[in-house]
Design a protein around this ligand. Sequence first.
Ligand code: ADP
Length: 738
Amino acid sequence: MESLNSWLTSHQLMDRFNCFSDLKDLPLIMHRIQTVLKKYWGFESLRPLQHEAIQAALSGRDSLVVLPTGGGKSLCFQAPAVALDGTTLVISPLIALMKDQVDALTQCGVPAGRLDSSQDWNERRATLEQLRNGALKLLYVSPERLLSDGFAEILRELRPAMIAVDEAHCISMWGHDFRPEYTQLSRLREIFSGLPIHAFTATATDHVRQDIIRQLQLRDPEVLIGSFHRPNLHYSVQHKSDPVRQIKELIDRRPGESGIIYCIRRKDVDELTERLVRLGYKAAPYHAGMEAEARKRSQTDFIEDRVQIIVATVAFGMGIDKPNVRFVIHSGLPKSIEHYQQETGRAGRDGLLAECRLLWQSRDAATWRFIIEQSHEDLEVRRIALDKLRDMENFASGVTCRHSSLIGYFGETLDGDNCSACDICHGELEIMVESKQAAQKILSCVVRLKEMFGADYTCKVLIGSNDERIRQNGHDALSTYGLLADQPYRQVRDWTEQLIVQDYLAKTGEYNQLSVTSKGWLLLRDETNETPKLSKPVTRKTRAEKRKAVDQRDWSGVDRGLYKELRRLCKEIAEIKRIPPYMVFGDAALRDMARRRPATLDNFIQITGVGERKLKQYGKDFTEVIRKYCRNNSLDTNLSFDAGLDDDRSHHELQIVPDDGAWSIEKLKRQVDSLQPQAPPANNRRGAKWTKEEDENVRAMFYDGLPPKEIANKFGRSRGAIRSRLIKLGLVDPDESL
Ligand code: ADP
């Protein structure tokens, strides 16, 4: 309450409000933010913590906002940026991220621009011009550019409204995405001494948070930490027995919906993509071993819905803001819970149901162990990496609520004891009452086989297989032969894996022979109270029924036929405008339209995700499709809408959107048809001396991952010249190919 009072009475930023300066009341100002929200984004309300974060931004106090991926961090600085006078600077680590956010803001009618190394001189000049004219509400810049000589000076003169540092964990060596360029941001405070700085991250560790505060020199920051619980994600874990079949089962339940499949190795990515393509799916690969151009193509095709599935290593993800990823499958064990949480967090950013499936086997952990031991010489670093891997294994083999385990890892507790959004709470796995007996049978068979055989062989003995090798070895005469004959082979094999992870069994030697651990011996001799927890899936039919119930969530009342039509229209518009379809309308908006079927513009604006700009641009086309579909299918239109708009929505005080008149898809098509191809810029600089600015830009483009060919084009130089320059700048080794 104290900070609230001082904010209301004395804060110098009050005079920055372009239309609220006479208001002395916080609730009223926040109410106006609500207007901004509806006008530009078409959102009805703020999500948890957005309210507090926006309040901190408006009050001019530094802040650190921690929200999980998909939590809605962008709005926390974008909405106040619209409400404040002047331009807000946003520092962002990746061109893809900047471009995505600027495009999305432009679609909503918020004037935003970016300055990055992928732009040519003309584009840059145009943005600087807009900046000088005060025409931009948000300017996205990379850290190198922001702090480059001269540029910081220009900005200082322009007196920006505030600074937002997105993906702030990149500043910390303890984070998972450390970017050396971010460390330069420690100079922000001295250059822009009076400006509030707001840092945003999804990083959950305290160490990184403290590092951000220290390095950015945040002054008495408001630290806001949101919940990492993502109730719209449905988690499930399965033993990887027949990965392609298991993956197919999930994809086939989600026809046409976007998804990411993570693999451990590049080779797995290539193989799985090929299999999926051969099976008729639209899939594309992504890993660091691919040419930069091919990688970029895969990414763009995925974002713009030309391919449905991206198969990738961990290299894929940062900078992907696609909100409608409906599933994330891990076809192998991730190396830490942090990675798993980040990667699965890319599903369902729009808040609608999305599925996260982990397929794994203990061999995955062995692969990671090998990689970790090869790649970390420092024993302490290695130990930490191995501990994290063990935590991940425990998560995967655990039989407690997945959500509870995940957020518990980050120090949070789940309310209630059933999340209803994971395989455990949803009853897709059954914990066996007779786990102890089954485990003892498996362990004793390993002993009878003198700990000389692998898991496959042991399990075959246990189910009493007629295998010739077993008979030749005389193992059909063992007392443990056929001890689990009432169970399918797959099940016994799964339990064996579960016993390995729970440390009752170990794989040893060159051929992964099974051996009983000391914990296993205690169990075998009945000298412990600890009991292994073995699980088995419920019947396929029950599982299918349960899945169906999950799949129906978020679809209640939605006419799927109309949804498809609206999605098709979205895609058509997006293709012409060369933006991803979700930037026209996201899934939540489309489903709301297909549920309530607005046939008039007055009702169309009441749909979640329809702001003024989109109403003007797309309202006519969408309501036309809705009317036609409903007429043809004898359906009622205009269901559950308010009779009239309230005052705030009908009086739009904030006139920052240029009024570009009525819009229609036909008009847009005509505009595109009339465009003439642009002549390539005459920027031939072959043989010219390199300037300091060029060096700086080459470096930035290289860090941004631009292919040398593209860099060469931008500089009007040959590829060879770029390569030599990169070597000279110490960015590439002379024997490294590009
Ligand atoms: P983050 O940066 O935290 O990962 P984003 O800012 O990309 O998350 O937001 C994730 C999704 O949620 C986006 O599609 C965004 O439009 C949507 N979103 C954010 N805030 C709201 C809100 N208040 N109401 C409805 N949707 C929202």
